[in-house]
Design a protein around this ligand. Structure first.
Ligand code: TYD
Length: 195
């Protein structure tokens, strides 16, 4: 039986999902909530394999989709579900929307991606962080992996925006300073928690 809340932050590479997941967790902890931040690709063995694949440019779109789905099953069973059962607020830096958006941007079919991800826990709140891909890549200095190319990220952003509008996910403009965005995320989460 699920008692906690499951919040997911989504967005293209460089949109700030990691920064804002951590800042949101710190804020909620200061309000005495029990909060854990987690992420995908996960810290488990499949997550590590995925990072190798992306770093070296290995694998086809279908291989990526299957690896991400397998990682998500483990992450969900071993980390997310037990925490939610304990009543914890779980904040995940990426979850199912990343697969639907990135892997359809790689040319795969949404229905198949949903099918191989049918063991997920539905997030209670998904927040989409929207940023200009050029700004995003500028923030990510240094090595770039498989998905960190401007044309690809433009496509990923377009799909994220379409899905966020369709599914009514709150959209945060993260071209703005971190503190401004953080306050907006806090308002959104507080309003959800008080419902
Ligand atoms: P990212 O959040 O950038 O990880 P890191 O901690 O290394 O910065 O995620 C790695 C990449 O994987 C990113 O480009 C998004 C992509 N991705 C997918 O394509 N599908 C998925 O299901 C997930 C979770 C991530």
């Amino acid at each position: 039986m699920k008692k906690g809340r499951f919040i997911v932050l989504e967005g293209i590479d460089g949109s700030g999902t990691t920064t804002h997941s951590n800042k949101l967790a710190d804020y909620l902890k200061s309000k005495n909530y029990e909060v854990i931040v987690t992420q995908e690709p996960s810290e488990g063995p499949i997550g590590k394999t995925i990072r190798d694949y992306l770093f070296h440019g290995w694998g086809s779109p279908a291989v990526h989709a299957l690896l991400f789905a397998a990682d998500r099953v483990e992450h969900t069973e071993k980390v997310i579900k037990p925490l939610l059962e304990r009543g914890v607020i779980v904040i995940s830096d990426r979850y199912i929307e990343s697969s639907i958006v990135y892997q359809t941007a790689e040319g795969l079919d949404t229905c198949w991606i949903e099918e191989i991800n049918k063991f997920i826990v539905e997030p209670d709140l998904t927040i989409y962080l929207d940023v200009d891909p050029e700004v995003a890549l500028d923030r990510k200095k240094g090595m770039r992996d498989t998905f960190e190319r401007v044309e690809f990220l433009k496509k990923v952003r377009r799909i994220y925006l379409e899905r966020a509008k369709d599914k009514d996910y709150p959209i945060m403009n993260t071209n703005r300073p971190i503190e401004v965005v953080h306050k907006e995320i806090v308002r959104c989460v507080e309003s959800y928690l008080s419902r």
